[in-house]
Design a protein around this ligand. Structure first.
Ligand code: SF4
Length: 512
């Protein structure tokens, strides 16, 4: 059990040593009821059947492994997308440690965010003093150009009034009188990280736009939504806009801050939408959102200023990208350039080359409602069946839209949509109605092990594979990446099932 400084054993092997094995056995015997192995096995088997599935789907008062995070995570995602902006979460420190570690593990980058560090006294008497001190410290220590405030459960349960608190802090000199401190209430017990994204973005644009006169121009605002591929996707979207000659502003552009170079300089802030651009975005001709369910309140607010708003559902695939580009062309009056038409042709060629391997395969998908919609549409385009589509933060409206998508294709005939369900429901689905592949985030690896369904990691967070976030999944080129990730897994599985010499290796083929 003791480590040797000359030969420090990694935990993989350390916990397999005899001392640890003995300790785990004692723990099981003395603290974990020590049910006989056969009984554990028998119960586990029972949970894989239809009887348990029925009980599982009748579950009301308990959520097990929800495929969503809480609102402030989405608020932090938005805040770091503005020039020199530090997210400030009014609430407890532990929550903020979670947001920072979640983003750092996914993007492999430091993620800066501060907390007002509320503790027991603030929970009883309110967090006004924490706000006053927190804003002053943040302003003096981190020299931001903007502090974007959101809240954790704790502040919301108490009912802290952000507007009043920030005004008081301003009066007491925590920040200069004209320093921007947009805010959004982001109660974590309502909605999810996509609701928090929406609330925070609306909070920031309304901070700059409220009471201002709009002078319509020809610029286009673009909003990506909460997206694990934001680094690759926003750069791809900029490339497409530049190819078309679109005059644009990306709102909440966090593609640089989560991809800083290792050159000896720490960048707490990098890139982001400039505050001047954020102000001027009021005058845009239209705002395009790539994720409808991430931006409902924001688009509603923007539409009321007189701009046209258009929302997509995480478009992936030929048809979805066509629709995105044609809408862009309609709004801007600019033609789609030959370079993009050629990329489309290359994607169609790649799909034709590989479709025999994907056609007819059954998939289960889980994730945010827009991502699920985009991926399900792409799979049907490939002739595959998105048999189970589950979104913990998907609601009734999403359910109806997903069903309409299924109804639009013969490949959607046997597909079902599951709004508001969690990954324990997904386990029942995979056990009772098996599919060929599962698409989801890193947490799907437990389902992969438990049900034997191979996992294709697409979504957020992806911790246990590196750098996928640098690749786009939008546009024709992004769709090509998505196609390759799906195909790689299909071929890995095909290789695994044809690997035993003289038994199954008759088709262990070099040429797939
Ligand atoms: S759910 Fe509440 S307590 Fe948990 S991390 Fe989110 S804000 Fe903090």
């Amino acid at each position: 059990m003791t480590q040797d400084v000359q030969n420090v054993v990694d935990h993989f092997n350390l916990f397999r040593s005899p001392e640890y094995k003995e300790m785990f056995a004692d723990k099981r015997k003395n603290f974990e009821f020590a049910h006989p192995d056969e009984k554990v096995e028998e119960t586990a088997e029972w949970t894989k059947g239809w009887e348990y599935r029925k009980l599982n789907f009748e579950r009301e008062a308990l959520t097990i492994n929800p495929a969503k995070a809480c609102q402030p995570l989405g608020a932090v995602f938005v805040a770091v997308g503005f020039e020199g902006t530090i997210p400030f979460v009014h609430g407890s420190q532990g929550c903020v440690a979670y947001y920072r570690s979640h983003f750092s593990r996914h993007f492999k980058e430091p993620s800066s965010c501060v907390s007002s560090s509320m503790t027991e006294d603030a929970a009883v008497f309110g967090g006004l003093n924490n706000m006053i001190d927190g804003l002053a410290n943040t302003h003096s220590m981190y020299k931001p150009k903007m502090i974007a405030v959101s809240t954790t459960c704790m502040a919301e349960v108490i009912g802290d009034d952000l507007n009043g608190f920030i005004s008081t802090a301003r009066e007491k000199g925590s920040v200069p009188a004209d320093f921007p401190v947009p805010y959004a209430h982001t109660p974590a017990f309502v909605g999810s990280h996509i609701t928090g994204y929406d609330n925070a973005l609306k909070g920031i644009v309304s901070h700059f736009w409220e009471g201002k006169e709009r002078t319509p121009g020809d610029k286009i605002n673009f909003i990506g939504g909460f997206d694990g591929y934001t680094v690759g996707n926003l750069r791809e979207v900029k490339r497409i806009f530049d190819l078309m000659g679109v005059n644009y502003t990306i709102l909440a552009d966090n593609s640089d801050v989560w991809d800083t170079p290792a050159d000896g300089e720490f960048r707490m802030y990098d890139g982001g939408t400039t505050l001047d651009d954020a102000k001027a975005a009021l005058n845009a001709k239209a705002t395009i959102s790539m994720q409808q369910y991430c931006t409902e309140k924001t688009l509603d607010y923007i539409a009321k200023t007189g701009q046209e708003t258009v929302a997509f559902n995480h478009p992936v695939g030929v048809a979805a990208t066509d629709k995105f580009l044609m809408e862009l062309s309609r709004i801007t009056g600019l033609p789609i350039p030959d370079a993009l038409t050629k990329e489309r042709g290359r994607l169609v060629d790649a799909i034709a080359d590989s479709s025999a391997h994907i056609h007819g395969k059954k998939f289960a998908i889980y994730g945010d409602p827009d991502l699920c919609y985009g991926l399900a549409g792409f799979l049907m385009e490939l002739g595959a069946e998105p048999t189970h589509v589950l979104s913990t933060n998907g609601g009734k409206e999403w359910e109806i839209k997903m069903q309409a998508l299924f109804d639009s294709s013969p490949f959607g005939k046997d597909c079902h949509v599951y709004p508001g369900k969690d990954l324990w429901h997904m386990r029942s689905l995979l056990n009772t109605e098996p599919v060929d592949f599962l698409i989801g985030n890193t947490y799907g690896k437990y389902l992969e092990r438990d049900t034997g369904t191979p996992l294709i990691r697409i979504g957020f967070p992806v911790f246990d594979r590196h750098h996928h976030h640098r690749y786009p999944v939008w546009g024709y080129q992004g769709t090509m990446n998505t196609l390759v990730w799906i195909l790689d897994k299909i071929f890995d599985e095909m290789d695994k099932s044809t690997i035993v010499p003289a038994k199954t290796d008759y088709s262990f083929d070099i040429i797939r």
